[in-house]
Ligand binder design. Sequence first.
Ligand SMILES: [Zn+2]
Length: 459
Amino acid sequence: MRAPLATLVTLGLATVWPAALAFAGAGQEAVDYVLVPPAATPSRRAAGVAHVLYLNRCAGGCEVQSGDNDPHQNRSSIIRKPAVLPAFSFGDAAWTSLVQCVRHAYALYDLSIVTEPPPANVDHVAVLVAGRPTDLGFGLGTLGVAPLSVDCSPQRNVLAFAFADSHPAENLNELCSTVVHEAGHTFGLDHALQCRDPMTYLTACGGQAFLNIESRCGEFRKDRHCRCSDVQNSHVKLTNELGPSGVLALAGTVSLADTPTWDGSVLTGQVDEPRWIRSIELWINGFRWGRLPHTALSDFLFTAPPVSNGILDIEVRSVNDLGAAAAHKLTLTKGAPCQTSATCRDPEVCQEGRCMYPAPTGPLGAVCTEPQDCASWECFDYSGAPRCSMVCSPGLERSECPAGYTCVSSKDPAPGMCWPTEELPSGGCSSAAPTSGPAWLLVLLGLLGLLAPLGSRRR
Ligand SMILES: [Zn+2]
């Protein structure tokens, strides 16, 4: 049962649950994961992650045991006493929708979402989607609970719980979010203080996806270091641990408010992007005239730039956090089509009625002063002199940068840019390198987690 709406606090676009509602006197914001030790031996750690996620609707009820983890036996180390969870109560159609939603959330990663018990020899992670938190001794406000390894390594053969009956039956997105979130903990993800990522505690966030951006961690109010690094990139973490599925992310759509005229006009419109908008760009005849770096808003307004007369191939392009682009294209004519380059501005040339700038040619690593110096349209300054660069994802094990380049963190465009490794200030280490805490601290946290689970609330 959820806390009454009157107790919610609204912060900007996000409605958040005050931590004090769920956990009195803890002195810290409590979490819905229980810290557990990592796999005991190097060989078990080397076995890596299970690539099967079993969603168990507990048809006929689930007997759950406390003890060494074994999802085949519904046995978990994070519960204290045996119990029986009642069956998923929302019906077949809701279950089908829920499974589709979870599959969509993990579609980019090498993870099979199954609804039948895996064979005994198949390692997997199970999420039991049923019951109420009180069935297992957790507080009423708990939506789900999962184990999180203290070193953020992925786990195999563990159970997580999504307490279906603590969610409204009419809003399966909430339950889907909890299932996706709890499974995320088993893969080593902490809480991102980022409303559009399913690892958040914040609610009323709109569409969510494991984002390819670097977020600080935290629950409700203050940000904090993530458990195993300063920041967390959920997409990079899952790609590193699970591997890519081969499915490519789709971009959203771009729409214009009106079909514009040209002289003195502005281009206004809206981007519908289910993920995170990295930038909204205005391109005319192959030249990028405007670029709005990420904002939380999807509306855009571009003022008409001082282009030469002629045919104008206009494109408003939206790029998401994975680099997938959506575009709205239209062709207008300002004045008359050019006949010769004499009516175009230097160094433009007239091609088929269009005044065109020469295509940029600067290769990766070339010194630059403006984006149009670079074939990639990215002129980035990491340590002194700007250089032509390219967008990448810091921390990705299979680097997107060519040999001799390292992906370093950048705010614009997020999440990172390729920079010559030999010119890194720290002698070859990306600023995005994990800054893990000392081992003894992790062990201590693990012991605390085992002796006194930090809590069990999701949101
Ligand atoms: Zn959580």
